[in-house]
Design a protein around this ligand. Structure first.
Ligand code: PMT
Length: 398
C-alpha cells in the first residue's frame, strides 16, 4: 500500500513517544521507507536505537552531525520525503513551526520540506485548549498542514480531557489518505457491505458467510480518494472506517429502505453486500420448540435492491457484485444485464483465497459496453482500489 513511499517520522518529547513505535511498525509493514527524526526531549523518553532497529535506517537527532549530513543531509531528507508525520507533536514544536522557528533538526526539516506534513498532537488538556496553542494549530491548518486530532481520556498527567495522542491506526489512516491521489473528490458514493439476517424466531436466523471485509475495504479506499461515503452495513465485527457515515441494518428489508431513502444525490452505488434472497414467511415470536423430527419452513423472496436501483429513471452509476459457485462469467453477465448495471464484480466464492470472510479476493470485472478485466489474487484493499479506479474513469467519461 505504501511501497516506494518515503516518510519522515518526527518524534517529539512526550510520554506518548512510545506509541510512535507502533506507528512506525504500521508504516513499514505497509511498505514505506521510514526515516525517524527525534528531538532532544524525545530521547528522554525513548532511545534512538529502538527506532533505528525497527526502521532499518539511521535515526536523525542532531542538526550539525557531520557524518549524517555527509551521508544524507537534512535538506536532502526533506526533499526526498513523500510525507512528513510528527507524532507525538508537542505544543512547543507546533508553536515553533507556526512561528517560523527552525532551531533543531526536526523543525528545520519540517520548514524545508515540500511534502505534506501531518501533525498528531499530544499534550495536557489545558495546554491543548490554551488559545495560544489553538491559534497556532489554526494558523498551520490554514496554511495546509494536516492534523490528526488528539482524543479524550485520562492523560498521563492525571487530567481528564482532550490531549491523548490519536491511536496509531488512526494516524496511519490519515497518512495513507494524505498519500492517496484524490480521484473521487466531490463525489458521493453509497456502498453496501456485510450479510443480512432474516429471523426465524428470537434465537435463529438465515444468513450467509459475508464478513463485510470487501465492502468496508471499498468504503475506506473511496474515502481515501476524497469521496463522501455512506456505508450501509449488515451485521459485521468490523470497525467503521474513519470519515465514513455508517448506517447499520439487519434485514434485507431494512437495507432496501435505507438504500432507497438515501440514494438521491449519490453519484454511484456499489453493492458488495450479500443480501439474503429469501426470508421466512412467518417470524415466530417465541423460540420454536424442538419436537418434530423434521420441520418445513416456507420462504418468500426478498426485494432485489440492486434491480430496483437499475429500474430507476435517473439512476446513479451502478456497480454490482456477483457471488458465484459456477459459470462465473456467464452468471455475472446475466446479472449485469438483468439488473441494468454499469459494472459487475464477479467472484468465485468456492475458492479458499477469494470471496467470503478472507482478506484476499480474485475477480472478473465486467462492464456494460462488453469489455472485461481480470484481477488475479490480491488483497481486498487492492481490489477495492482497482474497482474505484475503473469507477473514477467511467464517471469522468460520463
Ligand atoms: O463480505 P466478505 O466476507 O468480504 O465477502 C465478500 C463478498 C463475497 C460478500 C462480496 O465479494 C460479494 O460477492 N458480494 C455480493 C454477494 C451477493 O449477494 O451476490 P449475488 O450474486 O447473490 O447478488 C448480486 C448482486 O445483487 C449483489 O450486488 C447483491 O448485493 C445484489 N442483491 C442481491 C439480492 C438482493 N435481494 N438484493 C440485492 O441488491
Amino acid at each position: 500500500m505504501l511501497n516506494n513511499k518515503k516518510i519522515i517520522l518526527g518524534v517529539c518529547g512526550g510520554i506518548a513517544a512510545y506509541k510512535a513505535i507502533e506507528l512506525l511498525r504500521l508504516l513499514t509493514k505497509a511498505g514505506a521507507e521510514v526515516h525517524v527524526i527525534m528531538t532532544r526531549a524525545a530521547r528522554e523518553f525513548i532511545t534512538p536505537l529502538t527506532f533505528q532497529t525497527l526502521s532499518s535506517n539511521p535515526v536523525h537527532t542532531e542538526l550539525f552531525n557531520l557524518i549524517a549530513e555527509q551521508e544524507i543531509g537534512h535538506i536532502s531528507l526533506a526533499d526526498r520525503a513523500d510525507l512528513f508525520i510528527v507524532a507525538p507533536a508537542t505544543a512547543n514544536v507546533i508553536g515553533k513551526i507556526a512561528a517560523g522557528i527552525a532551531d533543531d533538526i526536526l523543525t528545520t526539516t519540517v520548514m524545508a520540506t515540500k511534502a505534506p506534513v501531518l501533525f498528531a498532537p499530544a499534550m495536557n488538556v489545558n495546554m491543548f485548549t490554551n488559545p495560544i496553542y489553538q491559534e497556532n494549530e489554526q494558523k498551520l491548518r490554514r496554511l495546509g498542514y494536516l492534523f490528526e486530532a488528539p482524543v479524550s481520556g485520562t492523560l498521563a498527567c492525571g487530567w481528564e480531557g482532550a490531549g491523548k495522542l490519536a491511536a496509531p491506526e488512526a494516524i496511519f489512516e490519515s497518512a495513507v489518505t494524505a498519500l492517496t491521489k484524490k480521484t473521487l473528490t466531490g463525489l458521493r458514493l453509497l456502498i453496501t457491505a456485510g450479510p443480512t439476517r432474516e429471523e426465524i424466531d428470537p434465537v435463529r436466523y438465515i444468513s450467509n458467510h459475508s464478513s463485510g471485509k470487501m465492502g468496508y475495504a471499498l468504503a475506506r479506499a473511496a474515502r481515501r480518494r476524497g469521496a463522501q461515503v455512506l456505508l450501509i452495513s449488515g451485521p459485521t465485527a468490523l470497525t467503521a472506517p474513519g470519515g465514513v457515515t455508517v448506517v447499520n441494518v439487519t434485514t434485507a428489508g431494512e437495507m432496501q429502505r435505507e438504500v432507497m431513502a438515501r440514494v438521491a444525490g449519490c453519484d454511484a452505488v456499489i453493492k458488495a453486500a450479500a443480501v439474503a434472497d429469501y426470508r421466512p414467511l412467518v417470524r415466530n415470536s417465541v423460540k420454536i420448540k424442538k419436537k418434530a423430527d423434521s420441520v418445513t419452513m416456507e420462504l418468500v423472496k426478498n426485494p432485489d435492491i440492486l434491480a430496483g436501483l437499475g429500474g430507476m429513471e435517473r439512476r446513479p452509476f451502478l456497480v454490482g457484485f456477483a457471488a458465484e459457485t459456477d459459470a462465473l462469467s456467464a452468471n455475472a453477465e446475466k446479472k449485469l444485464s438483468e439488473k441494468n448495471l454499469d459494472m459487475i464484480v464477479a467472484n468465485d466464492v468456492t475458492l479458499t483465497d477469494a470471496g467470503f470472510n478472507v482478506d484476499t479476493n480474485r475477480a472478473l470485472l465486467l462492464f456494460r459496453d462488453g469489455s472485461c478485466s481480470e484481477c488475479g489474487l490480491m488483497s481486498k484493499e487492492q481490489l477495492a482500489g482497482t474497482i474505484l479506479d475503473h469507477l473514477a474513469q467511467h464517471l469522468a467519461e460520463r
